[in-house]
Design a protein around this ligand. Structure first.
Ligand SMILES: Cc1ncc(COP(=O)(O)O)c(C=O)c1O
Length: 377
């Protein structure tokens, strides 16, 4: 059992974006990136900028980069490289994949989503339902903001085709037992479709162990560039008919669902942040030492976890305003009581936002729309 000690000063030095007198508290909006990610993006454009399939050096190194990116994605998600899909962001990938699975659905089929979801895992289903005559059901949350599994189970029927749910809530941080929901979905004959955007920066992911069929996340939430990263089980990718242009390659499987040319420079940034972290020999060179592993976890597998207990302790200290380690932004406010918390931002514009970040108690009854509004205030 081992943990990697976090040296905040050393980590901070690797983020040029932090070299200013501002505190960034919009964690769910994305992270800053370490300089090696910035350098890799610039380096790719300077030295290897090309498309794939050309008989020349830069094209070959671009192909190698795409392959490395799939390996990095697979290591991060715990799946095969052919099961990795890159896209513009989670939302775009989700619209594409929901459209794709829609080809197997018919009027009267049912989709279950949850009140804990970000709209990126709700609207694609609502739009699909509108086009195909599907029914979308919402599983409720309890007053303590946990997903009500009894309610979710009661929404399932022999017409349920997909259960779409989050691994963690971006609004209140509540975790969902993804494996348990996957089991419920599978018992009903439905796919387990997970939004891991908010969870991915905080905990290790193993899609196989969790029994997940489809999972989506966004590397810009964990020190990477603005990209979407997806997984779908090979059997599904094999079976689904992709929306693709005819000359585009069918292999590797995930590539069928990546329309057009990938953002190679962003993949270079992704690899700089992830692949090195996944190789034990290179630990410490990239994001591995930015992330603190939970004791006993495998740093090469979903190697992105900040020790959860420590994170909770830091958050509690921050909220109570007496943390030695916790940074306090000017103008921060103390949250009252032990009620569920929702982070939010007051003020307009980047500078105003960063200066006046506050943390305030969430409503006890809410839906994702309420949260979206609150988070934008
Ligand atoms: C939980 C969750 N799901 C989905 C999204 C949408 O992700 P993207 O911006 O990559 O489309 C976000 C964005 O904040 C999110 O927090």
């Amino acid at each position: 059992m081992s943990t990697i000690a976090l040296d905040p000063a050393a980590v901070r030095r690797r983020f040029s974006a932090l070299d200013r007198t501002l505190a960034f508290f919009d964690g769910p909006g994305g992270t800053q990136v370490p300089d090696e990610v910035i350098d890799a993006i610039a380096g790719y454009l300077r030295e290897s900028n090309a498309n794939v399939s050309g008989p020349y050096e830069t094209s070959r190194s671009t192909e190698a980069l795409v392959e490395d990116s799939r390996a990095a994605g697979a290591s991060f998600l715990g799946c095969g490289a052919e099961e990795v899909i890159f896209g513009a962001n989670m939302t775009t990938l989700n619209f594409a994949l929901t459209r794709t699975v829609g080809r197997e659905l018919e009027a009267g089929d049912e989709i279950v989503v949850t009140q804990l979801d970000h709209d990126g895992n709700v609207s694609p289903w609502l739009e699909l339902a509108r086009d195909l005559g599907l029914e979308v059901r919402f599983a409720a949350i309890r007053d303590d903001t946990t997903l009500d599994l009894d309610d979710l189970a009661s929404q399932l029927s022999d017409r349920t085709r997909v259960v779409a749910y989050p691994w963690a809530s971006n609004a209140v941080g509540t975790l969902v037992d993804v494996a348990q929901v996957a089991e419920l979905a599978h018992e009903a004959g439905a796919l387990a479709w997970v939004d891991a955007v908010h969870y991915a920066p905080h905990g290790p992911i193993d899609v196989a162990a969790a029994g997940i069929d489809v999972l989506l996340c966004s590397p810009y939430k964990f020190f990477g560039p603005h990209l979407g990263l997806g997984f779908a089980r090979a059997e599904l990718l094999q079976r689904w008919r992709p929306y693709k242009v005819r000359p585009a390659a069918n292999e590797p499987l995930g590539h069928r669902f990546e329309t057009g040319t990938l953002a190679h420079e962003l993949l270079a940034g992704f690899v700089a942040g992830e692949l090195r972290a996944a190789r034990p020999a290179d630990h410490g060179r990239a994001s591995a030492d930015i992330r603190v592993q939970p004791p006993g976890s495998d740093p090469g597998r979903g190697g992105n976890a900040i020790g959860r207990a420590r994170l909770r302790r830091l958050a509690r200290e921050l909220l109570r305003g007496r943390g030695d380690e916790a940074p306090r932004p000017p103008g921060w406010r103390r949250a009252r009581g032990d009620r569920p918390l929702q982070h939010g931002l007051r003020g307009r514009g980047t500078a105003g936002r960063a200066r006046r970040a506050v943390i305030f108690p969430a409503r006890t009854r809410h839906d994702s729309v309420t949260h979206a509004r609150a988070a934008r205030r």
